[in-house]
Design a protein around this ligand. Structure first.
Ligand code: ATP
Length: 434
């Protein structure tokens, strides 16, 4: 029944409701081709006789509802077919959410707001992608809310963001990232500044709700919120905060019964908390692997991805032309705080940074805040409110600092001058090897 030879690749025959899982070896590429039947990768359909290329370290599942044959060309670390997948449960979840959207449409209400939670490496991002792609394939316009500051699917690490999904994820590249709303967080774990993290979650929720008020399709489409894998202590509290900020209707808990029970206990009774198994295919990622993925994400931001190459610019920026801030002063004992100031205030404080050698390699967010707005703010507390609530319009990396000449050299996606002059420093560094 096959229509091709597979071009020298290894051929796999998949029965219905099974998936082919494979990992691409480091430094290698693997080509996937659908030879016959129907198949999808994380909710996006494959075209027949088209070659899809996956880069080093990719971990992919090709699932088929009806049965298919595919071929793989290139070096895989593992490649096997599994009959044991939770895809049917995920599809049922999608069907339930779609029913909620239909009802919202009928009753002129809002569609489901869904939060996906679970420890690290349970496939949260993958489930989000799947549910979003299925929804958009039915003509819905759901919003992806990305709260995973470690591994963002939307922007560089150290950010939270929202993205309207208008077409299914590209099989090779994921969702097309056009005009996302991005906020600066500054590090890869919410724990470094939980106050700021919660505040940004509230800001995103507010913007999303405003959009829903003026855009019926967005309202009916609802949102899918991807969260961090930190589910204890303040990490757990951040999930509860998120549920209330977004007024979520559904929480999907992947793989952890304890978390499921805690959320059932702590969230209002009208929130549907659902426990779902994780897929056996989800691969655990080491610290190194995560760091590499983060690095790659930043590299892509500046240099592009696969077919699309970007040519970033390098230029000098005078210290006197920009204002660089770090959000959050180091915490000091309560007894040492000035009268009337709380620990919260220190975490949300804008601390001016004097550029020095140690700025080298740091990623900086360029705040969208109007420069004039800031000039007006002044005062001892600085322009705090404006900056924290302003989204980010782009990122630069400091590649060199000359304290003598009072300039720094930056890597920027756009030529000089910088669009805005308020910069926020991240803990995250990127070493530009090009
Ligand atoms: P984190 O907490 O780090 O954000 P996560 O819970 O969001 O992790 P994912 O990013 O969704 O987990 O999945 C981890 C990896 O496993 C990804 O590289 C993904 O492509 C892969 N993966 C997910 N599902 C499968 C599957 N069924 N077969 C093979 N690989 C899979």
């Amino acid at each position: 029944t096959s229509s091709g030879s597979g071009g020298g690749g290894v051929r796999f025959e998949l029965e219905k409701e099974t998936e082919l899982r494979f990992e691409v070896e480091a430094g290698e590429k693997v080509q996937l081709e659908l030879l016959s039947g129907l198949a999808e990768v994380f909710g996006s359909e494959l075209n027949r006789n088209k070659k899809y290329t996956f880069g080093p370290g990719s971990k992919i599942a090709v699932f088929t509802w009806q049965g298919c044959s595919v071929s793989l060309t290139g070096k895989t670390e593992v490649a096997y077919v599994s009959k044991d997948t939770p895809m049917l449960l995920y599809l049922n979840t999608h069907a339930a959410l779609e029913q909620m959207r239909q009802q919202a449409e009928r009753d002129n209400e809002r569609g489901p707001r869904v939060m996906v939670v679970g420890p690290t490496d349970v496939g949260k991002s993958t489930v989000c992608r799947l549910l979003l792609s299925y929804a958009v394939r039915l003509g819905r316009r759901p919003t992806l809310v990305e709260l995973d500051v470690g591994q963002s699917a939307v922007s560089v690490p150290g950010t939270v963001s929202a993205l309207c999904i208008e077409r299914p994820a590209d099989v090779e590249e994921g969702f097309s990232v056009q005009a996302p709303l991005v906020f600066h967080f500054g590090s890869t774990t919410p724990g470094t500044n939980i106050k700021l993290y919660n505040k940004l979650t509230s800001s995103l929720a507010e913007v999303f709700s405003q959009r829903c008020e003026v855009n019926r399709k967005a309202s009916v489409g609802g949102c899918i919120i991807n969260t961090c894998g930190w589910v204890k202590g303040s990490g757990y509290q951040a999930l509860v905060h998120c549920a209330s900020a977004f007024e979520v209707d559904v929480v999907l808990v992947l793989d952890q019964e304890r978390l499921y029970n805690e959320l059932k206990r702590d969230l209002p009774h009208f929130v549907k908390v659902v426990l779902l198994p994780k897929s056996g295919g989800v691969v655990e990622r080491s610290k190194d692997c995560r760091r590499e993925a983060r690095d790659e994400k930043i590299r892509e931001y500046f240099y592009g991805f696969r077919g699309v190459s970007f040519y970033p610019h390098a230029f000098d920026v005078r210290f006197s032309d920009v204002r660089i801030y770090k959000i959050g002063a180091p915490s000091i004992p309560d007894s040492c705080l000035p009268l009337g100031m709380s620990q919260d205030d220190t975490q949300l404080k804008l601390v001016p940074v004097t550029p020095g050698r140690d700025l080298t390699h740091h990623v900086l967010s360029v705040s969208c805040m109007e420069d004039e707005a800031e000039a007006g703010a002044g005062g001892t507390s600085g322009p705090r409110r404006g900056v924290l609530e302003s989204p980010v319009c782009g990122f630069i990396v400091v590649t060199a600092v000359d304290t003598q000449a009072q300039v720094m050299t930056v890597l920027s996606p756009a030529p000089r001058p910088l669009p805005r002059h308020t910069l926020l420093i991240m803990d995250i560094r990127f070493i530009d090897l090009k």
